[in-house]
Write a protein that binds this ligand. Structure first.
Ligand code: RET
Length: 251
């Protein structure tokens, strides 16, 4: 009989709570956009789209649609006795990867525009980011015990380093050119982003990757990160932008 690793009550409740929080954030960001002229609303539009996509993804996960059951067979090798097999059925929330493949490029766009990065640099960071998320998806569905599972994960981590590289070097240099106020803000919000984003592959490694953390633990950890990386990030960006002329984008 397989071991079942499924969401319990705590996990299911958490998914609904985050769905509601993302709806509230989307409404609040929309209301904030009405306080600035249309020409200054680009960050509002991008950031609201981020929380709307997250709300949809959380709705899919909470209703049981954005999830599939991954059947894992673990082979235990022994001396002198035949191999034994352990079967695990674990929920994998693929909706997260749909969410991340859309929202992380939008978050990079927010940061790239804020810093005043060139189109080419923003695009390179987004390209690396999409590779990071897609390889994470392949890793999540890769068979247990196969080298390619952690291989995909490793490629994802390398892609992540490229994302950081572009944002830190090119973003940092451009933000500096825009003046000390913008530089200080960019360093603060990009540093905040760096800390939060780096927690995702760690959670992935402990939960999806090595299955040391159960499904509820995984849901709760990502829930906290998502609220901070999308909701709190968005509020911080939009409120600061309203009072920081150097953050204006002309497009
Ligand atoms: C994966 C696994 C492969 C290696 C790496 C990962 C990084 C994921 C990140 C996700 C960020 C998500 C955010 C969501 C919305 O707020 C795909 C877990 C490096 C950085 C910010």
């Amino acid at each position: 009989t397989p071991i079942h690793e499924f969401a319990g009550d705590a996990g299911k409740k958490t998914l609904w709570v985050v769905f509601v929080l993302m709806i509230i954030a989307s409404a609040a960001f929309t209301a904030l956009s009405w306080k600035v002229p249309v020409s200054k609303r680009l960050y509002h539009v991008i950031t609201t789209l981020i929380t709307i996509i997250a709300a949809l993804s959380y709705f899919a996960m909470a209703t049981g649609h954005g999830v599939s059951v991954h059947k894992i067979t673990i082979r235990h090798q022994h001396d002198h006795v035949p191999d034994t097999f352990e079967h695990v059925h674990r929920q994998v929330f693929w909706a997260r990867y749909v969410d991340w493949s859309l929202t992380t490029p939008l978050l990079i766009l927010d940061l790239g525009l804020l810093a005043g990065m060139s189109g080419a640099h923003i695009f390179m960071a987004i390209a690396a980011d999409i590779i990071m998320i897609l390889t994470g998806l392949f890793a999540a569905f890769g068979s247990e015990g196969t080298p390619q599972k952690w291989g995909w994960y490793t490629i994802g981590c390398i892609a992540y380093i490229f994302v950081i590289w572009h944002l830190a070097l090119n973003g940092g240099a451009n933000a500096t050119a825009k003046g000390p106020k913008l530089r200080t803000f960019f360093i603060a919000i990009a540093g905040y982003t760096l800390v939060l984003w780096t927690a995702y592959p760690i959670v992935w490694g402990l939960a999806d990757g090595s299955r040391k953390v159960g499904v509820d633990g995984e849901i709760i950890a990502y829930a906290v990160l998502d609220v901070l990386a999308k909701g709190v990030f968005g509020a911080w960006l939009l409120i600061t932008h309203a009072n920081l002329r150097e953050s204006d984008v002309e497009l």
